[in-house]
Ligand binder design. Structure first.
Ligand code: GLV
Ligand code: MN
Ligand code: MN
Length: 398
């Protein structure tokens, strides 16, 4: 069904795209994301899939066939700020195309099939990644989630209650297995010369808010030795985090900074910066964040500034069901597909941690670039991915 894939991909191409960067701004419950959700409902209607929405805006299009625990596949339609086209939408479009392919193959599923779209996977608006799947699995409570605020102070609860017509709260109750297809966000598959791979697990990772406080003062008249400059402490911390992560073979990134008052001719009073840290084990994640915090605290003492660190979210390691991964990966035309770990978070990881056997398929990304307008996958590889997903569903639906 290459035509269907290409048609759907062309539908999505302009939605939320910046004319300046070519990247995507598809934050949850904004106009572009609403357009994508409407598009998804249309695609479900065209395939006679019954759409169910939960109380948080998560969607599943149900193919009501067979009986027993359902097999659900999908991903998300939101993006990071100025993100790529593939992270999320590739999994949703491939899921719809895989349903088409199963029908074209004349497969009669023994179990119900669902195509899912989870809300705010990136945490780009309300700060907590995989918010929709965390809510759907009860990993985060509505009481906590409803108070999360976007950059303008708007609460997630108010947005959701204004848009979602009080849907069900048991969207995942009948799900027996979840499969998410995703663009690969590294270069493992390029190095292995494979178009498709299967996930073994997800590195533990977390988001930490570093609040540096100092004293605002004049940029010209304040002698250098008289300053309490939180930007200086932050800058040292960012360099130190990078060095510590490199030495440990782990990952640390400060990708978001907010400065008060943010004036060119003033020493700032406050700098808030968010650390994204990802490590191969929980112990090394704790050690890395502790090490970065200790270095920053020491530096704050020397700069006359202060530091408060708050863990906004910490996601433990995910080990996907190894037997399921092996079953998905084994015995294809070109042999077995590689089974590889990832450092990126996914809704499939949340569902897996909540006890729903889950698997992930990755589609090769020629440059490995992701969370950037340059993110890419070649069409032939995407079509191999669709067919791999259909094969996987067929195995699971027997
Ligand atoms: C999700 O894409 C993440 O890992 O940040
Ligand atoms: Mn994603
Ligand atoms: Mn992402």
């Amino acid at each position: 069904m290459p035509d269907d894939f290409e048609r759907m991909w062309a539908d999505l191409a302009p939605v939320g795209r910046s004319a300046v960067s070519g990247g995507y701004f598809r934050q949850p419950f904004t106009a572009p994301e609403a357009e994508l959700r409407g598009w998804f409902r249309e695609q479900c209607a065209a395939r006679a899939l019954r759409v169910e929405e939960d109380a948080f805006g998560n969607l599943v299009g149900w193919w009501d066939v067979g009986s027993g625990p359902a097999v659900v596949t999908g991903s998300h339609l939101d993006s990071v700020l100025d993100g790529g086209a593939y992270d999320g939408p590739l999994g949703v479009v491939s899921a719809l195309a895989a349903v088409d392919l199963l029908r074209a193959r004349g497969v009669a599923p023994a179990r119900p099939v669902g195509v899912s779209v989870f809300v705010e996977e990136e945490g780009s608006r309300f700060g907590l990644a995989c918010l929709g799947s965390r809510l759907a699995t009860g990993t985060v409570s509505w009481e906590v989630a409803r108070e999360l605020r976007d950059g303008d102070g708007v609460a997630f609860g108010d947005v959701v209650e204004g848009v979602v017509a009080g849907g069900s709260s048991s969207l995942l109750a009948s799900v027996g297995t979840y499969v998410e297809l995703h663009v690969e966000q590294g270069r493992d598959l390029v190095d292995r010369g494979a178009a498709v791979g299967v996930a073994s697990g997800i590195w533990p990772h977390g988001r930490y808010r570093f609040e540096f406080a100092g004293s605002a003062n004049h940029a010209g008249t304040t002698r250098m030795e008289d300053r309490a400059d939180p930007m200086l402490t932050y800058a040292f911390t960012a360099l130190g985090a990078n060095k510590q992560a490199r030495l440990a073979g782990e990952r640390a990134t400060f990708g978001r900074v907010s400065v008060t008052p943010n004036g060119t001719n003033a020493v700032p009073s406050h700098v808030t910066a968010w650390l994204d840290a990802r490590c191969s084990t929980s112990e090394s994640l704790t050690a890395l964040v502790d090490g970065i915090t200790a270095q920053a605290t020491d530096r704050a003492g020397r700069d006359g500034t202060s530091l408060t660190v708050t863990a906004e979210s910490v996601s433990p390691a995910v080990a996907f069901d190894a037997a399921l991964a092996a079953r998905v990966a084994a015995d294809h035309e070109d042999g077995d597909w590689p089974v590889i770990p990832t450092q990126a978070g996914h809704d499939a990881g949340i569902l897996s941690a909540a006890g729903i056997p889950s698997a992930m398929l990755f589609v090769r990304n020629p440059t490995g670039v992701s969370h950037s307008p340059a993110e890419h996958a070649e069409l032939p590889d995407c079509l191999v991915g669709v067919s791999a997903l259909a094969d996987t569903l067929e195995r699971l639906l027997r």
